[in-house]
Design a protein. Structure first.
Length: 554
């Protein structure tokens, strides 16, 4: 009987709040997405932000505020794993995020009107919709335009993604394509028929193209391959894409879907701008060769399927462990308990007396990354062209007078995994190093190592786009290593952290040899930090001895 009461309390205190949070997040966010973005089109945000990033981040807010204190009522502390409370939070977040992401995918395909057009020239005479059918059309391969995109991905930039974005004008007929060819060949008076009428002599080509058909070809290779191997695979990919394009019947499709606000649209627009045709439209349509009724697939069912799986897993997880009786009693009596773990974690981002510069650097890196994400530049990874605009280190530009890139690149990152790896490394070394050497020394050494690492990258690479705080962070690890070896830190402290520091440095340098990582910047930062550490260690040891003498006198 007592056991039944405990399980009933778990349902009331942990399961019911989870259900309320999950339903509120899934339903509330999906409704707002439909109303503000799909229906009213009040704002335009990148699809990846709306459909993935926000649904993944949003559940953490109610979980940390309302569910976390209740999870701490469970006895989850074991000798083997002290991270079980965080694991519970993580699973709860995933259990809510998964159906929310599926719901946005369903919303994307389920909303939007299917408009029937006789030909493409009618598209700008009606209200813009998401889907179209065309009774008559001709996709003009002769006036194609394209752009290439190469981007790295993976935690350690181990993959190289190859993409070719192609756009072709969608015209009313093949005759219109022939007229465009005559106009482009120098004939000043081609006969162009628009809606059954001859266009005037001053008719411009840009009024002819009402929309473009977008096609993308993709491939992936290892970023650790040699330059010669990469070049061969790139040529093979281009040849295969060309063959596939030449043999594709682009004018045959079931319906067309308007390209959403994605990174793909940005690339298609680049291709349009590089076209030989002067077009007034950036409307890109994607061909779909399946029945319109099948566009949603099983997404709607999977909303409930994902929700059911998540809630079932959460139910099993809370029923297994026992309550902490004292914490449960305090909670039921309404006695507030201090959430030390959460406050300590958040405090890592807040400057304090002896821990001041590290959180500022963390915050600046996070802020710049967030701004780049909401600017629509990406999330998993950023393009090299965008990183150059934001201040990446690149020898042809840096040595041409843009020396500020030596510093600005240390606050940029190639993607979310790059950022996480660097900030974790900075956090670890900053906690131990900054209180020992002081905020001013820590700040100028960090900046100096970052700049020296950038110089090393320039010396080693002729034309490589380099970003990341890792050069400066390696400088801090070099400094940390020098101080431990010169016995600035107590012997017991050095023994505990010396091996871990050497493993961190060795692993990252060895992994950098696989390719796609700027090891030159890593080594430049490491060596400069180590040398600075040897230079300042006598002063630090003297300060330590003076402090100990003063304490003995007191």
């Amino acid at each position: 009987m007592q056991k039944m009461k405990k399980q009933s309390k778990k349902l009331r205190l942990l399961y019911l709040p989870f259900l309320i949070i999950a339903i509120s997040v899934i339903g509330g966010y999906t409704f707002l997405n439909w109303l503000i973005i799909c229906k009213l089109q009040f704002i335009s945000i990148k699809d990846i932000i709306v459909s993935f990033i926000i649904p993944f981040i949003l559940p953490w807010i109610p979980i940390l505020i309302w569910l976390r204190p209740r999870i701490k009522l469970l006895n989850l502390e074991t000798k083997r794993d002290s991270n079980l409370p965080f694991l519970y939070q993580l699973i709860a977040a995933f259990a809510i995020a998964a159906p929310t992401i599926v719901a946005q995918a369903y919303l994307d395909t389920a909303t939007g009107k299917l408009t029937e057009l006789d030909n493409i020239s009618q598209i700008d005479k009606q209200e813009a919709t998401k889907y179209y059918t065309l009774n008559n059309c001709y996709v003009d391969k002769e006036h194609l335009s394209y752009t290439n995109k190469f981007e790295v991905s993976g935690k350690y930039s181990e993959d190289l993604n190859l993409l070719i974005y192609v756009v072709c004008p969608i015209l009313k007929s093949k005759k219109m394509s022939e007229d465009l060819l005559r106009k482009g060949s120098g004939n000043s008076n081609p006969v162009i028929i628009i809606d059954g009428k001859q266009a005037p002599d001053d008719y411009l080509v840009r009024d002819t193209v009402k929309a473009w058909l977008g096609i993308v070809y993709k491939d992936r290779m290892s970023n650790s391959l040699s330059s010669e191997e990469k070049e061969k695979l790139v040529k093979l990919f281009a040849q295969n894409s060309q063959y596939e394009f030449n043999n594709a019947e682009l004018s045959k499709f079931v319906y067309l879907k308007r390209q959403g606000n994605t990174e793909d649209l940005d690339e298609y627009i680049k291709a349009i701008k590089s076209s030989s045709l002067v077009s007034m439209t950036n409307t890109v349509l994607i061909s779909v060769n399946e029945p319109f009724e099948s566009r949603n697939g099983n997404k709607f069912a999977w909303i409930f399927g994902a929700f059911g799986i998540g809630t079932f897993i959460w139910l099993i997880m809370i029923l297994i462990p026992k309550f902490k009786e004292k914490e449960l009693e305090n909670f039921e009596e309404g006695k507030p308990t201090k959430d030390y773990d959460l406050s300590d974690s958040l405090s890592l981002l807040i400057p304090k007396k002896e821990y001041f510069i590290t959180p500022i650097i963390l915050d600046l890196n996070l802020l710049i990354f967030i701004i780049m994400v909401f600017a629509g530049l990406g999330f998993i990874s950023f393009q090299g062209s965008d990183l150059l605009k934001w201040g990446a280190n690149y020898k042809p530009l840096t040595t041409d007078g843009e020396w500020w890139r030596l510093l600005s690149n240390t606050f940029l990152h190639g993607g979310i995994m790059h950022l996480i790896a660097n900030m974790y490394g900075l956090l670890f070394v900053g906690i131990f190093l900054e209180p020992r050497i002081g905020r001013s020394k820590f700040a100028w050494i960090y900046l100096a190592c970052g700049i020296l690492a950038s110089f090393t990258s320039l010396w080693w690479h002729e034309a490589t786009v380099s970003v990341g705080a890792s050069g400066a962070i390696f400088g801090l690890y070099g400094l940390f290593l020098a101080l431990m070896l010169t016995k600035v830190y107590p012997k017991e402290f050095s023994k505990a952290l010396l091996i871990g520091t050497l493993v961190f440095i060795g692993f990252n340098l060895l992994f950098g040899l696989t390719g796609g990582i700027d090891n030159a910047a890593h080594l430049g930062g490491l060596v400069s930090g180590f040398v600075i550490g040897l230079f300042i260690s006598p002063q630090l040891k003297e300060e330590t001895e003076q402090l100990m003498t003063e304490r003995e006198k007191d």
